[in-house]
Design a protein around this ligand. Structure first.
Ligand code: PMP
Length: 364
């Protein structure tokens, strides 16, 4: 820590991103919920030499062509959409400015681990709402609150989803609170709340191109909601980083969202792989939570989460294990290609048979 840091940030604990290894080539990388399939073909084709030369010019601060393409996809108006540098940036704007009058933000106790960091950096009062059995988010626990509510649906890292009716019950019971639904993983089988935007001016839906559009490296996220809330977000964006989307990402995003057929095909493949993989891992005695995301959250009473993570690493398979005692027995496994998942199942069989489970500490 230098002597120049403002005292207010001395205790800030930054978010820990999943490992992005330098030698990713020889690893089966199932740790940060990326899409195993490449971006839509149009994305690759649109970035030519001319577009690279254009990098000498600033990008469009409104990213109008992209927000229009997103609005078209959802049947919304352009004023109901804002794009950001990843949905992380959009979430940052929300925690910075849309904490409501009370400054309180409610979110599930186990959820995206960035939320408490945002609360910390922006001085919001984060309130963790406990989960029900098997990490279920209980809608009634969010009724009649006195601040903003942020719910990841499907939740991360559990993969469990609420139905649209359940989300609607939360909106209905919080007419004067903003309800943010972080739908980073919604395209893998959950019900989106986007259809409720016309009826609830307290709803803000956040989505990303990082998962179902295979563009994690392009850093494109967006929020959808009523025009006044989107205008508030633009107020923040234009006070912070007006050119938040670069030229190449704007082009890539437009091509990705236009190609509905590719989107349907790749997300369908991932859902199919997830279902087959869940059955196989369950057959090995794992407890696998019902997932509507492009990952599963799984635990075994034959091996601790930490030991399983470490043992898979020896097979060059990278998954995610969280340093939180409530979920210490679990690992989160991104759904890759069928071949990658077969390798993981084969490695798991060997790990369980080799007795690594016993020697590396049963149940942590
Ligand atoms: N929300 C959730 C629940 C996530 O897991 C992630 C990915 N880490 C994000 C938002 C942010 O994704 P991105 O910034 O890549 O859009």
């Amino acid at each position: 820590m230098s002597r120049f840091l403002n005292a207010r940030y001395e205790t800030l604990e930054p978010y820990t991103p999943g490992e992005q290894p330098k030698n990713a080539g020889k690893l089966i990388k199932l740790n940060t919920n990326e899409n195993p399939y490449p971006p839509a073909p149009g994305v690759v084709a649109v970035i030519d030499d001319r577009k690279l030369v254009d990098l000498k010019l600033y990008s469009d601060p409104e990213a109008a062509a992209l927000t229009e393409a997103i609005a078209d996809f959802f049947g919304l108006r352009k004023g109901q959409v804002i794009a950001g540098n990843g949905s992380d940036e959009i979430l940052a704007f929300i925690f910075m400015a849309l904490q409501g009058k009370s400054g309180k933000v409610y979110y599930p106790e186990i959820s995206y681990s960035f939320y408490p960091v945002y609360c910390d950096i922006f001085g919001a009062k984060g309130i963790k709402v406990p989960l029900g059995a098997d990490f279920a988010v209980e809608p009634a626990d969010y009724f009649h609150k006195d601040g903003t509510i942020v719910i990841t649906n499907p939740n991360a890292p559990t993969g469990r989803a609420l139905s649209r009716a359940e989300i609607e019950s939360i909106l209905e019971a919080n007419r004067d609170n903003l309800v943010v639904i972080d739908e980073a993983y919604v395209d893998f089988g959950a019900e989106s709340a986007v259809g409720l935007i016309g009826r609830y001016d307290n709803l803000l839906v956040v989505q990303t191109f990082s998962k179902s559009r295979s563009l994690a490296g392009a850093r494109i996220g967006y929020a959808l909601g009523n025009e006044a809330v989107i205008a508030d977000l633009n107020r923040i964006k234009f006070s912070f980083n007006p050119y938040n989307l670069n030229r190449l990402s704007i082009l890539a995003g437009i091509e990705a969202i236009k190609d509905r057929a590719y989107f349907e095909e790749t997300r369908g493949r991932i859902i199919k792989t997830r279902e087959a993989f869940t059955a196989e891992l369950s057959a090995l005695g794992f407890h696998v939570l019902p997932s509507k995301a492009n990952f599963v959250f799984a635990a075994s009473d034959r091996i601790s989460g930490g030991a399983y993570f470490a043992a898979l690493r020896k097979f060059n398979i990278l998954v995610r294990h969280f340093d939180d005692e409530k979920i210490a027995n679990y690992v989160r496994i991104t759904i890759g290609t069928p071949k990658e998942m077969r390798s993981l199942i084969a490695a798991t069989k060997q790990i369980l048979e080799s007795g690594a489970a016993a020697s590396e500490g049963l149940n942590g």
